[in-house]
Design a protein. Structure first.
Length: 667
């Protein structure tokens, strides 16, 4: 731990726009010791990934290291020729990129891609093919001898991420740069990837630079961290010291933005505004416009770096006059949500819903089987409340939401919306009813027409339903944009001109245009920064209270469920395996799958020890679901009965139900 492997000092990275250079990373210092895990965290647009690309010599065209040093094992990488950098990149230094699918070649097998890295950076004595199989086995790929011939599209998201790790390890690196290696992964897959990195680090002694915005992941994996804002490091600390008391106002508000069950009745702390553009010219503190603790000097004086002790430092004027206690004394004001009168009136009742997709084969397109995406589920949602559906990717959550809204026609089952059977509606009758049911999709950019201005996007539903005159529609659009916290000029702008959080607000405004009673929220906060996530969650709660909305909230983020939902249904391979009130299911999970999900949730507390239940393998294919209980191939408590019979639903209380043969004994 005392061997300094990487030393970055005074790093300044510049890009060019219209031929003019501007700094995207400024005066950055970073040290990583051998065998250490250092985390670099902050919101999107702060310069984290650009820093990683500079370390690897992979800056985009026009990007240069204008000043500073990047010393790796005592050699300044900025002064080495390209052929030397190529030898180090992928060899002594490996990198896991943020999105594995875009980083893997879709026309080459994964074995061929790993073999390429082995040939370039390693000289195995027993052959390249054997080394590839060893790497696949090391990262936990089942049947590695067979998987070497697989192509990226044939693998799950977690397995593609493991392939990226295998490629990064091919050169036996001493430093591994992991850029958001778990972003948007299920909590179970995330836990597997993090454990894998820890085990590999323990075995090889490599150092890890973990780039992330997930504070729970930082708390559980890192030794030290650096908080980055607008291209600068604003705080460094040991992980335990940081979570016991962050020093910089930005760091404090990041922690206050985290949702959990203790804040259910409170509005989450929100960092106003957004990260300034990369080409902004600063005359004072870069965080001033978003800071609740700033004063007059912050606008005019650029803060210097202050070392607080041997492990921590901060870039903030509040510490310039030895006033370290100032930010600790001033508490962040947290408002409370207005209470919502409870109701037992049913808004939505789903009975035996099935969505099966036929599998065709041959020129005659014979049906040779069915993919059972949703395989018989029952749900009830009362008015003005939130029902969350959680589970791993591929379990059928999104298909359930689309089946309820009749965007996908169910194979069988009933969907009652305010006692009206939706599956019987067609044509104009169904379109009229859809005005009362809307959906917010997972990817806001993909769900909007990039050629339409925001005003037209929000107004689209009103035009389709022929509601209001043109002047009334324009007025309604203006009201909606104000309601979701966007400025008046947003109507004339295009989707690409907004941040991720702002685009999600536009989608919420579009969903509200028809004055719906039910909104299906499909992963609306997936992969958002915690600060933007807090804004969206506060907005959804405020709108629910003011408009008496009902939400069907689809997610794999358990912390969001604990904060927002009233009831929760846990889904596995097209079926509901456990459902009940949030406090019952999350605090006393009865199904082994639910317990595994709960154990895998990273907690933003480095002093809290948790035992992660590691599930075996991946979720089976819905094309060929296992006999008996679908979960038994991965279940640590499976018995012979589980392999033969699918369990009937048991009532553990008036509201808590579970499908497990051994639910009463395991609790």
């Amino acid at each position: 731990m005392n061997d300094r492997l990487l030393r970055v000092s005074g790093l300044n990275i510049q890009l060019k726009r219209a031929g003019q250079p501007f700094s995207v990373v400024d005066d950055l210092d970073l040290n990583i010791a051998q065998g250490e895990t250092a985390a670099l965290l902050g919101e999107s647009g702060c310069g984290k990934s650009m820093t990683a690309l500079a370390l690897m010599g992979l800056l985009p065209p026009g990007g240069t290291v204008a000043q500073g040093k990047i010393e790796f094992e005592g050699r300044d990488l900025c002064k080495l020729p390209d052929h030397e950098i190529r030898r180090i990149r992928g060899g002594s230094m490996g990198m896991i990129f943020q999105e594995p699918m875009t980083s893997l070649n879709p026309v080459l097998s994964v074995g061929a891609q790993i073999a390429e890295a082995v040939r370039l950076h390693d000289k195995p004595q027993e052959g390249v093919e054997k080394r590839v199989v060893e790497l696949l086995s090391a990262v936990g790929i089942p049947d590695p001898e067979k998987r070497v011939k697989a192509y990226p599209h044939q693998l799950s998201g977690g397995m593609k991420q493991r392939i990226m790790i295998a490629m990064a390890l091919a050169g036996r690196p001493r430093l591994l740069v992991a850029d958001e290696p778990t972003t948007a992964l299920d909590v179970t897959i995330q836990a597997q990837v993090l454990k894998l990195l820890k085990d590999l680090q323990r075995e090889t002694g490599m150092a890890i630079l973990l780039i992330t915005h997930d504070l729970g992941v930082v708390a559980e994996t890192a030794d030290r961290l650096a908080v980055m804002y607008a291209g600068q490091i604003v705080e460094t600390a040991s992980v335990r010291g940081f979570f016991r008391g962050p020093r910089h106002p930005y760091s404090r508000m990041l922690l206050e933005s985290l949702p959990d069950s203790r804040r259910r009745d409170e509005k989450l702390a929100v960092i106003k505004g957004a990260v300034p553009p990369l080409d902004t010219l600063f005359t004072g503190c870069r965080f001033m416009d978003r800071c609740d603790l700033g004063h007059g000097r912050c606008n005019q004086t650029i803060p210097q770096w202050y070392n607080l002790d041997s492990e921590s430092g901060v870039r903030c004027l509040l510490y310039g006059d030895n006033s370290e206690a100032v930010p600790k004394q001033k508490q962040i004001k947290v408002d409370r949500h207005t209470s919502l009168n409870s109701t037992h009136e049913e808004m939505l009742v789903v009975e035996g819903l099935e969505v099966h997709f036929p599998i065709y084969k041959g020129v005659m397109r014979r049906v040779v089987g069915h993919l059972r995406a949703v395989d018989g589920i029952d749900l009830t949602l009362t008015k003005g409340r939130t029902l969350a559906i959680v589970g791993e990717s591929g379990c059928g959550k999104t298909t359930t939401g689309k089946g309820i809204l009749q965007l996908i026609r169910p194979t069988s089952g009933r969907v009652l919306f305010e006692s009206e059977e939706l599956t019987r509606l067609k044509g104009k009758a169904l379109r009229r009813k859809r005005a009362e049911m809307q959906i917010i999709f997972q990817d806001p950019m993909a769900s909007m027409n990039p050629r339409l201005r925001v005003g037209s996007i929000v107004e689209e539903g009103l035009r389709a339903q022929n509601i209001f005159s043109k002047a009334q529609r324009e007025q309604r659009v203006a009201e909606l944009l104000e309601q979701v916290g966007l400025s008046d000029d947003a109507v004339k702008r295009y989707p690409h001109e907004f941040s991720g959080g702002q685009r999600q607000r536009i989608c919420i405004a579009r969903a509200l245009a028809m004055r719906p009673k039910l909104i299906v929220c499909d992963e609306p906060t997936s992969a958002l920064d915690v600060s933007i996530q807090a804004q969206i969650l506060n907005l959804l709660k405020a709108l629910q209270h003011s408009l008496k909305l009902s939400y069907l909230f689809i997610t794999h983020n358990i912390s969001v469920v604990a904060y927002l939902a009233d009831e929760v249904a846990v889904m596995y391979l097209g079926r509901i395996v456990e459902r009940g009130r949030v406090d019952e299911v999350l605090e006393s999970p009865a199904h082994p799958y639910t317990r595994a999900l709960m154990s895998a949730v990273p907690v933003a507390d480095p002093d809290r020890n948790r035992r992660v239940i590691q599930l075996k393998g991946d979720m089976p294919s819905p094309l060929e679901p296992p006999c008996g209980c679908h979960f038994h191939p991965r279940c640590p408590d499976a018995t012979e009965q589980c392999m033969k019979d699918y369990p009937q639903e048991k009532a553990l209380s008036a509201s808590h139900r579970v499908c497990c043969h051994h639910a009463e004994t395991v609790r």
